[in-house]
Design a protein around this ligand. Structure first.
Ligand code: IPE
Ligand code: IPE
Ligand code: MG
Length: 255
């Protein structure tokens, strides 16, 4: 296996974000109930967490439940919440042993009391993890997150704590759920859909996008390797010209 640091044209991949899609279609293809697809989706999560650690990825953000997913049939929502509770209980020791720090983003106030408690507890006990930050987006929507940040900023201005003329991108970012988490370098979406579906809207401004037809329950270390290889071949310009980038690179080598 080629890890990112062994790749000859090394470019850091610190933060990987994934829209885990296709659980329902995976189940349908096998004549199974949708929840069986979600169960296999959890297996894929544990595989990809391990693979990310092997690749020295620092942050893995997973879109697990969107603000729009609340509109799904109640039975499916309940089953997803049960799976989440089961995941937290069974992965607890593994997270502690592996140095995994859990962080939740999204409007957690909409989650049930027991789910909120389990998430609080898991975040607290894993807070010292140094190897990988696992960001779970739950009851999460990018627009909702930006709107909540705007509301906080407005309150702060009205209390006289913040000068609106001083507000810049950097400070705005601190009001988002992601706070001090770096922006995603690579955003993967499985299952062939080519849309963002309200995930990390602000943070993905310059993320590299990778789409694959593979359904999430079938996503594995080999598929991740393909995405990383693809990412490592990309040229990230951030709005600059190739000449400027070469110059920056030369300056970094000289430093
Ligand atoms: C993604 O799989 C998981 C969640 C959104 C919770 P889906 O459940 O959206 O699967 P498809 O898109 O119906 O196949
Ligand atoms: C996005 O998948 C949300 C998650 C992966 C949790 P959806 O299946 O809900 O997105 P759409 O409806 O296809 O855009
Ligand atoms: Mg879907």
């Amino acid at each position: 296996m080629v890890t990112q640091h062994e790749h000859k044209d090394f470019r850091p991949l610190d933060h990987l974000a994934i829209i885990m899609d296709g659980n329902g279609r995976w189940a349908k293809q096998k004549n199974l109930p949708r929840i069986a697809g979600h169960q296999q989706g959890v297996e894929a999560v544990t595989r990809i967490v391990d693979a990310c650690i092997r690749h020295n990825i620092r942050v893995l953000s997973l879109f697990a439940f969107s603000s729009e997913n609340w509109g799904r049939p109640q039975q499916e929502v309940n089953a997803l919440m049960e799976l989440l509770l089961h995941f937290l209980a069974t992965q607890r020791q593994k997270m502690l042993d592996g140095g995994i720090r859990l962080r939740v983003i999204g409007d957690v106030s909409r989650l049930s009391g027991p789910v909120q408690q389990a998430l609080d507890e898991a975040q607290q006990v894993t807070s010292k993890g140094q190897t990988l930050t696992l960001v779970l987006a739950l009851s999460y929507g990018g627009r909702d997150e930006i709107m909540r940040a705007a509301r906080q900023i407005a309150k702060s201005v009205s209390r006289g704590e913040l000068d609106p003329d001083q507000l810049d991108n950097k400070q705005f970012s601190t009001f988002l759920d992601t706070g001090d988490i770096p922006e995603p370098d690579l955003l993967i979406r499985t299952s062939g859909e080519m849309r963002i579906s309200n995930f990390l809207l602000w943070q993905s401004a310059y993320a590299e996008l990778y789409f694959t037809d593979v359904l999430w329950p079938d996503f594995d270390a080999d598929e991740l390797q393909k995405a990383i290889d693809d990412y490592l071949r990309r040229k990230r310009r951030f709005g600059l010209t190739d000449d400027q980038l070469s110059q920056q690179c030369q300056e970094e080598i000289n430093d």
